[in-house]
Ligand binder design. Structure first.
Ligand code: ADP
Length: 485
């Protein structure tokens, strides 16, 4: 029998909301094709809502196959006519300009990101937007140094890149995709996710202001059918996709036996491993950062917690205590730790997994924090005494839900942590460097953080093993995904 336990131990802060007036948003957004905002062929628009209030923020154009065709042709024209011929140092200047403009408008981007996606302003302001600017700065620097990145190999661009991104880091994923592609001389068509199209269109405005030649970057919006039309378009030389493993598999099938190259960054079920010699308080903070901040809407979220048996009770006690102080609520409030779940359907998915966890017999702990009456919210949730075979341990939930499993030996925890179809990231907490190196060589995960979690830098490559996809974004590796020899 599973137990359901709740505890109230709230902290009260005065509200400190960021003002929405810092964001200038239009009622309607058209498609950004060939350097201009153009109406969708079908005349159809769809609403994008604020998941914290359920209010409609704007309407955005739905691109159909004819619009995708226009965008891909605009990108081809810009590639052959301008961008691939431009001196590399000139390309770099445009990227530097975009980076600086993002910095100048950082506050506005952060507000729009939090309104459209539900993530706390602290996260969008301190993580998403600065990292997006840093990606452009970093790849701007590489634009005229490809001969040093790939000595004696004469790297050439691939051509037109079709880039499809998810809703969890809308601006940052756009930067991850656009910056290296442009630095290497490619042009792009980027599609935002259906629930978070706004910062991509703010980026389109900024790109116009940066004076980028027409058609080098095209930004469109729409759902799966739009993405599929991009993948299947004959002008696409490269597909860069971040999203679910299911869609990643569809894309890989669709491009089999074509010339199209692909990088796929898919799901994850990361293990966060705590040894008894770890700095426990820091580890608890790392666990919270890994799964609860940003609502667990992170493909590398530390959603499985492996704790050495001898410290299990103390780790769980400290974790519950820390969870009780987490503030769930208005994403625009600077005190908020956990914002709104991105959409109603994602909330239903998470709630369904919580029910599954209870049915499977794991013990659940949730805090009693008050939730706003409107919007999509989920309390931070902890399942203790979960087992390897539970679905909450095996499947990606993409919400603030953590499953705890204990272990006794290193070999046992490596076997358990690797026992998942995914392999995107992992965390290890210990005082011993030798244990860290032992684990990093044996964990089948693209990124392994040691005594920290969810740390990103444009210089470090990111990507997965197994069903978490292939190819790397970030760093020098991120350049090689956009060149041929
Ligand atoms: P998530 O579960 O994170 O929403 P999805 O894989 O469904 O992940 O969505 C990620 C992105 O892929 C979104 O931009 C979505 O519109 C797009 N997408 C969905 N289905 C397809 C498809 N069949 N082909 C190409 N892109 C798709």
């Amino acid at each position: 029998m599973s137990k359901k336990e709740t505890k109230l131990q709230g902290w009260n802060y005065s509200p400190a909301p960021e003002s929405k007036s810092g964001a200038s948003l239009k009622k309607q957004y058209d498609l950004f094709i060939g350097g201009k905002m153009v109406k969708p062929t079908s005349g159809k628009y769809f609403k994008t809502i604020n998941p914290a209030t359920e209010e409609v923020i704007s309407e955005v154009a739905e691109a159909n196959a004819a619009d995708v065709d226009k965008a891909m042709k605009a990108a081809r024209k810009a590639y052959t006519g301008v961008w691939s011929k431009m001196k590399a140092s000139e390309r770099g200047k445009y990227l530097f300009r975009i980076a600086r403009l993002i910095q100048e408008r950082a506050r506005e981007f952060a507000i729009v990101e939090s309104m459209d996606g539900g993530k706390p302003i602290r996260e969008s302001r301190d993580v998403d937007v600065p990292l997006a600017a840093n990606h452009f700065f970093y790849y701007a620097g590489w634009a005229d140094k490809l001969d040093y990145a790939f000595p004696n190999r004469q790297a050439q661009p691939l051509g037109v890149a079709a880039q499809i991104i998810p809703w969890n880091f809308p601006l940052l994923m756009a930067a991850w995709k656009i910056a290296p592609a442009l630095a290497c001389g490619n042009t792009v068509v980027l599609k935002s996710a259906e629930t978070t199209p706004l910062t991509a269109y703010k980026l389109a405005e900024l790109i116009q202001d940066a004076g980028l030649p027409e058609g080098v970057v095209n930004i469109i919006s729409g759902a799966g059918a739009t993405g599929a039309a991009m993948v299947n378009h004959p002008e696409a030389d490269k597909i860069a996709f971040t999203g679910s493993t299911d869609v990643g598999k569809i894309i890989q099938k669709a491009i089999a036996a074509t010339h199209k190259k692909a990088t796929l960054e898919l799901g994850g079920k990361a293990a966060n491993i705590i040894f008894e010699d770890a700095p426990i308080d820091q580890a608890v903070e790392g666990i919270v950062n890994g799964i609860y901040f940003n609502q667990g809407h992170v493909c590398c979220a530390g959603s499985r917690l492996f704790v050495e048996e001898s410290v299990k009770d103390v780790v769980i006690a400290k974790l519950k205590h820390r969870m009780a102080s987490l503030i769930v609520g208005d994403p625009l409030d600077k005190n908020t730790d956990i914002g709104a779940i991105n959409s109603r359907s994602q909330l239903q998915t998470i709630e369904n997994y919580i029910r599954i966890g209870l049915d499977e017999g794991a013990d659940m702990f949730q805090t009693d924090c008050k939730l706003p009456s409107k919007g999509f919210w989920c309390r931070p949730t902890l399942f203790t005494d979960a087992s390897q075979s539970h679905r909450i341990v095996q499947e990606e939930i993409f919400g603030p839900v953590l499953a705890v499993i204990s272990f006794r030996t290193i070999d046992e925890v490596i076997a358990k942590a690797n026992n998942t179809p995914y392999g995107l990231s992992a965390g290890v907490w210990t005082d011993k460097g030798s244990k860290i190196f032992n684990l990093t060589t044996k964990m089948r995960a693209g990124v392994v953080w040691a005594n920290t979690y969810n740390k990103f830098d444009p210089v470090s490559p990111f990507g997965g093993y197994k069903e978490s996809g292939f190819g790397r974004e970030g760093g020098l590796h991120g350049l090689s995904a956009y060149v041929q020899f």
